[in-house]
Design a protein around this ligand. Structure first.
Ligand code: URA
Length: 311
């Protein structure tokens, strides 16, 4: 089994990616999404293990017609995954925020950034500021800050929630189990990790890998915003509810956010499941694949100068 097949199997996609008859490459290259008929989709069967194609778009069409529709709210997994998707801020969280962030330092930070202080810092200074940050209590409990990794001029930016144990130990985002799945998700759309920029909303590992509190997110978010400003990605993929909520300023469910191209400061933003959730709910990988296909479409639109409509 080669690496690509292994990756497809991991995404639960392999059997739907093969046809009984090999397909001529030119035919696939010429196909547009509109040209692929339902009949063609229906011919995708488990057959002789001949991959349909290396090309993303026809492969995506063979995944399953029923997962291509946008705005699908059914079976999103959001309701079924309370452990991943943080709940709404409640009175207790607000109380925690007061005690955990240190109101004075938070207020000072917000005051400094109200005029766009981070809006001018360059990469080295931003890295230093994150490294030195002690604005909330998370820093005291983690080994090191986890800034971000990858091509600082990448077209693609993937944003997660917060470092876990392995990220905390190595100082790099998404290097644990979830990171390995993320690497495979990237491979599925023919991206290498180093060709993207990967960061988290929160730069310090929360204790016992709990979800970050609202105050911690508010404190840390300016760093991520500045990273995005500096990278200037063409497409952002928000991995999970924390990233989606923080960047879009909404508490909407993943289910309602998936399937739509959102707008973050003029940059198209796609929402998908967090890889850690997909590890626990592997049947949802097909939906994540659908989201990645939307992201690829969006990137193609952005590169061709024909942006897809955003919300
Ligand atoms: N989960 C995240 O959201 N980020 C990481 O870096 C690792 C796991």
């Amino acid at each position: 089994m080669d690496r690509r097949e292994a990756m497809l199997r991991e995404l639960n996609l392999y059997p739907t990616w093969v046809r009984r008859e090999p397909v001529a490459h030119e035919t696939i290259a010429q196909s547009s999404r509109q040209e692929v008929s339902v009949e063609a989709l229906n011919t995708a069967v488990v057959g002789d293990n001949t991959p349909v194609t290396d090309s993303l778009i026809p492969v995506r069409q063979d995944v399953a017609p029923d997962v291509v529709s946008r705005g699908d709210e059914s079976g999103s997994g959001a309701a079924a995954s309370p452990d991943l998707f943080a709940g709404q801020e409640d009175a207790q969280a607000l109380d925690d925020r007061q005690s955990e962030t240190g109101e004075d330092s938070l207020r000072e930070f917000q005051r400094q950034n109200a005029g766009g202080a981070l809006g001018r810092v360059d990469w080295p200074e931003l890295k230093q500021k994150v490294h030195d940050c002690e604005l909330c209590n998370l820093r005291a409990g983690c080994t090191q800050t986890v800034f971000g990794v990858g091509d600082e001029q990448a077209d693609w930016m993937f944003i997660g929630e917060a470092p876990g144990a392995e990220e905390d130990a190595l100082g790099e985002p998404f290097v644990g189990h979830a990171g390995r799945l993320l690497d495979n998700m990237l491979l599925a759309i023919k991206l290498k990790r180093r060709e993207t920029y990967i960061a988290n909303v929160i730069k310090c590992r929360p204790p016992e890998d709990r979800h970050p509190h609202v105050g911690e997110i508010a404190t840390c978010l300016p760093f991520l915003r500045r990273q995005i400003d500096l990278v200037k990605p063409r497409v952002i993929v928000a991995l999970g509810k924390t990233a989606a909520s923080a960047l879009l300023g909404t508490d909407a469910t993943i289910a309602s956010l998936r399937g739509t191209v959102h707008d973050y400061q003029g940059i198209p933003l796609i929402v998908t499941f967090h890889p850690a959730y997909l590890l626990r709910s592997p049947l949802e990988k097909a939906k994540a694949w659908q989201d990645l296909c939307l992201a690829v479409d969006t990137m193609q639109g952005a590169l061709s100068g024909v942006p897809s409509g955003t919300n």
